[in-house]
Write a protein that binds this ligand. Structure first.
Ligand SMILES: Cc1cc2nc3c(=O)[nH]c(=O)nc-3n(C[C@H](O)[C@H](O)[C@H](O)COP(=O)(O)O)c2cc1C
Length: 225
């Protein structure tokens, strides 16, 4: 075997760039989601023991989707650091608290595409061309059939991480891993089916959203049992 390609260590920049741009998605309506109302109390270790990739996806109620998104990505506190760099605490960890992964939520049945707003706990509809939605669904279908479930694509923003760290890409990939692992457990705790997807879909996601500053970092499908 040849030498393994070693990745450079990410390091905090001595002078952070204050250029972390906000998203450039074109959005229209904003739908505020209900706060979770968790009843029952599944033990953590029972959830861990039951977790598995499940690949049948029935329709998910708005309440369950809202609860899933809350525990997966809701910003619980935000601190503004030097150079306008914002650091958040969420249920799921992220390097430097930067949370560079946006969730693009696609209701396969409705054909609607939204981005989750982790501060407002809301879904913001994206203005997307219908033919691009059809093309994106065709692409994701080649990976795994979403049935009547919800497709969630991970839109990574390298600029958010490179504002604070050099050699930022490995941090993004590890953040995606932390997110996927947490989502599997959250889905299981809510008795929802979930499966991660290995495809990245950068080009398809950029075409869908019209935003060339994001990288496709894979996705997942969520469905009722
Ligand atoms: C990063 C990642 C990518 C994955 N990609 C796919 C995929 O594209 N299609 C699929 O059917 N399963 C995918 N899976 C699910 C794995 O195949 C599954 O976790 C593995 O078979 C072990 O099964 P288990 O999750 O039930 O323990 C992925 C899982 C991870 C963590």
């Amino acid at each position: 075997m040849g030498a393994l390609p070693l990745l450079a260590d990410p390091r905090p920049r001595l002078k952070p760039k204050s250029t972390a741009t906000s998203s450039s998605y074109k959005t229209s309506e904003k739908f505020y989601l209900p706060r979770p109302d968790i009843k029952g109390n599944k033990s953590f270790f029972r959830v861990l023991a039951a977790r598995a990739s499940r690949r049948q996806f029935a329709h998910v109620s708005d309440e369950k989707l809202a609860t899933f998104l809350w525990y997966s990505a809701k910003a619980l506190s935000i601190n503004q650091g030097p150079h306008n760099i914002f650091c958040q605490h969420r249920y799921v960890p992220s390097a430097g608290g930067l949370h560079p992964i946006d969730l693009i939520v696609i209701d396969v049945h409705e054909g609607s595409v939204s981005v989750y707003d982790p501060i407002a706990h809301a879904l913001c509809r994206l203005d997307v061309a219908e033919e691009n939605v059809v093309a994106f669904l065709r692409y994701s279908q080649t990976v795994l059939d979403a049935g009547s479930g919800i497709l969630i694509w991970f839109a990574a923003r390298p600029d958010k991480v490179s504002a604070k760290y050099t050699h930022e890409l490995s941090l993004i990939w590890r953040d995606v891993g932390a997110l996927i692992a947490s989502m599997y457990l959250i889905a299981e705790a809510l008795s929802l089916n979930y499966c991660a997807l290995g495809a990245l879909g950068s080009q398809e996601l950029q075409t869908l959203t019209g935003d060339n500053s994001i990288l496709g970092a894979g996705g997942c499908i969520l469905g009722s049992r």
